[in-house]
Design a protein around this ligand. Structure first.
Ligand SMILES: Cc1cc2nc3c(=O)[nH]c(=O)nc-3n(C[C@H](O)[C@H](O)[C@H](O)COP(=O)(O)OP(=O)(O)OC[C@H]3O[C@@H](n4cnc5c(N)ncnc54)[C@H](O)[C@@H]3O)c2cc1C
Length: 520
């Protein structure tokens, strides 16, 4: 395909209009920045859907060290302690930024911030907005500020398909705009490219993520040769509503923080026999217990009748609306739930300044992997991650943008008509790279990835998706132990020394091809 247009970005180019992309753009001001996204900034992506809130040690009874310790404990031995500490330490300042922007965090009658408790947090430290509307309200505030900022150019309706790399440096990206005969390929050129493309939940058949969360930014970076870290670690939310919708609406963890319980069809609280913290055990333990209960022929429900009861509609309006649409009154009826792909701990390997392994490329938010989450994310640490690293990326990029961008243009990518991830791939990801994995299933998944890739005739957008899926499967195959969100039925032990996975796409191919050949 030929390049129809070259857009010069004066300053930085951010791909993604979620909390990470928008916050980075605001923090870069007054430096000029272009924010590119598929849909309207602030409206698409997971950020607007976040229900629980943001974790930060904001009360006098709390301490950032306790927040860091809880983060490290949840990460099952794979967090980078220095990263967890810097995030916990900088969290209150980022909440203060949001308060300055006008975020209407819920308050107690004495005016202090109302802080909620969530699973695996040792203290109440989650700030909320209107109960379960933190993501929507904060995204709207950031989007409005970005739209009003003279330093920020917002471009929506662009589907990025490939990084533009010249002489080993990322100099921009290729994006498709328009549709059908009106499809145009555009090259956006910038001195710094910041990926803020979110997660990959929609590569799974059952997910809480919006359907554009397909790991495309990760795939683009991997295809350009970037290091990818911890790709095997995918967190499953224990309580997606099992009401036949794709994506599955979420019943926020805050409900369990309020005392809601998990029961089966006979009313039995089966988590009591699994972990001393029962419903407030770490997410992977709760999700796997529900998965096993369902796999053994039971139904599982979140029972909020006693803990929330008649206050439900007012306290959790988003969850209430989803229940109501499915004909369930959560004040009087238990909500049917099942685990769903929710958050990717892995991503583009990036350091404390958000630099990736490629020159000219930064990664922020869920698409990045800094070592904050290890093998399991602590609840409500991900919006925070977007804020903390958004500010850090802005600081780093601002200090670097001095030279012009006059390198030659790279060749244009191949494009076919846009397609959603094939159902075959999503089903295989859920079946083989879900809550329980083994070598046989992961090898079958790698085979499906190859077949889907071959059927795509080299389409760049599809190659991003298959690159991401292959990295998840290959990293899961290579990790011959069980840890955090990653459970191997054939390797149930946890090794004494845990190490993060760092891999290129070439490395994933080198794992995948022999495994597939061996299986033939
Ligand atoms: C239902 C739900 C509830 C959650 N609740 C919480 C919570 O309470 N607390 C918490 O901390 N976390 C929560 N999370 C996780 C959190 O919302 C995400 O991790 C976080 O919002 C990610 O922000 P982001 O800016 O990195 O990505 P996103 O908000 O997902 O934004 C990604 C952006 O990239 C764009 N994009 C992606 N690929 C392309 C492409 N190829 N071309 C053009 N544009 C592209 C998208 O359109 C979007 O604008 C929740 C997630 C979900 C799904």
């Amino acid at each position: 395909m030929i390049i129809d247009n070259v857009i010069e970005c004066d300053g930085a180019l951010i791909l993604g209009g979620g909390i990470a992309g928008l916050f980075t753009a605001l923090k870069l001001a007054p430096m000029p920045v272009t924010v590119l996204s598929g849909a309207r900034p602030g409206a698409a992506g997971s950020s607007a859907w976040a229900q629980g809130g943001i974790a930060a040690a904001m009360s006098p009874e709390d301490d950032w060290r306790a927040h860091a310790a809880d983060t490290i404990a949840a990460g099952a031995g794979l967090c980078d302690p220095a990263i967890a500490e810097l995030v916990a330490r900088e969290a209150p300042a980022r909440i203060a930024d949001l308060l300055d922007y006008g975020a209407p965090f819920d308050r107690k009658s004495d005016g202090a911030l109302a802080l909620g408790l969530e699973a695996a947090h040792s203290r109440p430290r989650i700030v909320h907005v209107k109960g379960d509307r933190a993501g929507a309200e904060i995204s709207a505030i950031l989007a409005a500020r970005a739209a009003a900022a003279s330093s920020i150019r917002l471009l929506e309706g662009y589907h990025a398909v490939e990084l533009a790399v010249t002489d080993g440096r990322v100099i921009g990206l290729f994006a498709r705009t328009g549709s059908g005969a009106g499809t145009r390929l555009v090259l956006l050129r910038a001195r710094a490219v910041i990926l803020a493309t979110g997660g990959l939940g929609a590569l799974y058949a059952v997910t809480t993520n919006p359907l554009e969360a397909r790991g495309e930014g990760l795939g683009m970076a991997a295809r350009a040769g970037a290091l990818i870290a911890d790709a095997e670690f995918v967190q499953f939310h224990p309580t997606a509503m099992d009401i036949g919708r794709d994506p599955a609406p979420l019943a926020t963890e805050a409900l369990r923080g309020e005392g809601a319980t998990l029961i089966d069809e006979s009313g039995k609280r089966f988590l009591l026999a699994v972990h001393p913290d029962a419903e407030l055990a770490p997410r992977d333990i709760v999700a796997r217990a529900i998965h096993r209960r369902i796999a053994s022929g039971h139904q599982v429900f979140l029972d909020c009748r006693e803990a929330v009861g008649s206050a439900f509609a007012e306290r959790f309006p988003t969850v209430f609306a989803a229940c109501h649409a499915a004909g369930i009154d959560p004040a009087t009826q238990p909500i049917p739930v099942a685990p769903a792909a929710h958050y990717h701990m892995g991503g583009i390997a990036s350091d404390a300044r958000c630099r990736s392994s490629l020159k000219g490329l930064w990664a922020v938010g869920e698409c990045a992997s800094t070592g904050l989450h290890g093998a399991n994310r602590l609840a409500s640490n991900s919006l925070l991650e977007g804020l903390v690293f958004g500010a850090r990326a802005a600081q780093d990029v601002r200090g670097l943008l001095t030279s012009g961008c006059d390198r030659p243009l790279p060749p244009a990518p191949a494009l076919a008509a846009p397609q959603p991830p094939p159902r075959l791939l999503r089903e295989a990801m859920s079946r083989h790279a879900g809550l329980e994995r083994d070598a046989n299933g992961l090898t079958q998944l790698l085979d499906v990835v190859s077949r889907v890739e071959q059927a795509g005739n080299g389409d760049a957008a599809l190659l991003n998706i298959t690159a991401t899926a292959r990295l998840v499967a290959a990293a899961a195959l290579a990790r011959q132990e069980s840890r955090g969100s990653h459970w191997r039925g054939d390797f149930p032990q946890t090794d004494a020394q845990g190490q993060r996975t760092v891999m290129t796409l070439a490395g994933a191919n080198a794992i995948a091809l022999p495994a597939q050949r061996h299986a033939l």
